[in-house]
Design a protein around this ligand. Structure first.
Ligand code: ADP
Length: 333
């Protein structure tokens, strides 16, 4: 029976010497059989916290320990009386649970922090206007603009959070409608041109007008537009941005190339983490929340694709992805 459970199980005498263990205990705790038969478990698990816990003999609460044998693994030990005088130790790998718990905490902390910053600005201005004391008109104008900007930031953050949660909750079946991607990219191009007016980039869209795919329209729009708008935000005035949607080696290939800021290698693997930004202050001025690439990655996973990022600091970046043959619509293969 003990071999069938997904936990490591060790039976001990009251002096903590090992009577028996299952196969998983050999693997997880690094025990050796039959060599370790009769050895005290607190001599083999060389962690003072474990020895103390066993000695105290109060087992209502489980004990959590880092596994000395497997890097980054967290184990939960539960001990219960067994037969007349023996003890049974059940050891479970709780690494994933701990990671999820940490992710949840980080997520709440990040969201609160992101919302607090604009709220502090708005509250600050509102407090200045307390009672009959109205600021002079020039200052009031500035205050009004800043408050509006911060409210828009909060609105965009909440929308991105909702979009992330919608994507996470969406069913895979909703993912196979034929999408007119060239048309979608033309809309994105118009939007890009309008937000690009100040910077006057050279914007080139190289689109195959026959290339449609199956997917979820809202999700794909957000994946395509996040990459295009990022290129605009992180490329200096006068730079060049090339967006490509073409067939390539039988796949549908999308890429956004820019000759903008570029990204140092140590950041590249972390860009798709929620709220990760290379330069927080910089990205805030562009209205960025650090969720765009996390959303893009999620959308692509749901469409059996993945985001490729190559970049060189000071030279520019390329964000690209491919859709497999079975996602293509109306095309002679
Ligand atoms: P944000 O809302 O901050 O733009 P994203 O998740 O879209 O968040 O991007 C994460 C970070 O990746 C950005 O803050 C920026 O530092 C970096 N980044 C994204 N796209 C580019 C790009 N084309 N060039 C340079 N850096 C980029």
């Amino acid at each position: 029976g003990a071999e069938a459970v997904p936990d490591a199980v060790v039976v001990l005498q009251s002096d903590l010497s090992i009577v028996w263990c299952n196969q998983l205990a050999l693997k997880v705790l690094g025990l050796q059989w039959p060599t370790d038969h009769g050895q005290r478990l607190d001599n083999l698990i060389r962690e003072p916290k474990f020895a103390k816990y066993m000695l105290r003999g109060e087992f209502e609460e489980p004990l959590e320990l880092d596994n000395g044998h497997i890097v980054d693994q967290v184990l939960e030990f539960r001990v219960m009386p067994y037969a007349n005088t023996q003890l049974m130790v059940v050891v479970r790998d709780v690494t994933r649970l701990k990671q999820l718990e940490q992710m949840r905490k980080d997520f709440v902390a990040n969201v609160s922090h992101e919302l607090r910053t604009p709220l502090t600005v708005v509250t600050g201005y509102l407090e200045m206007m307390d009672g009959d004391m109205m600021p002079p008109p020039a200052m009031w104008n500035k205050a009004q603009n800043t408050m509006l900007e911060q409210c828009k930031r909060m609105d965009s953050l909440v929308n991105q959070l909702l979009s992330l949660s919608r994507i996470e909750g969406a069913r895979r079946q909703d993912n196979d409608k034929a999408i007119n991607v060239p048309q979608m990219l033309n809309y994105i191009k118009t939007e890009a041109q309008s937000i690009n007016q100040d910077k006057g980039h050279e914007l080139i869209f190289d689109i195959d007008n026959e290339l449609d795919i199956k997917g979820s329209e809202d999700e794909l729009r957000s994946a395509f537009s996040n990459l295009v708008f990022n290129a605009i935000h992180y490329t200096k005035a006068g730079g060049k941005i090339v967006v490509t949607w073409q067939r390539k080696e039988g796949l549908a290939h999308f890429s956004v190339n820019d000759n903008g800021d570029g990204i140092a290698p140590e950041h590249i693997n972390r860009l798709t983490e929620r709220f990760y930004r290379v330069d927080k202050a910089r990205s805030r001025t562009t209205g960025g929340s650090g969720l765009g690439l996390a959303i893009t990655k999620h959308v692509l996973t749901r469409h059996d694709s993945k985001l490729n990022i190559s970049s060189e600091l000071g030279k520019g970046s390329c964000f690209s992805f491919d859709f497999s043959k079975d996602k293509l619509v109306n095309l002679a293969t």
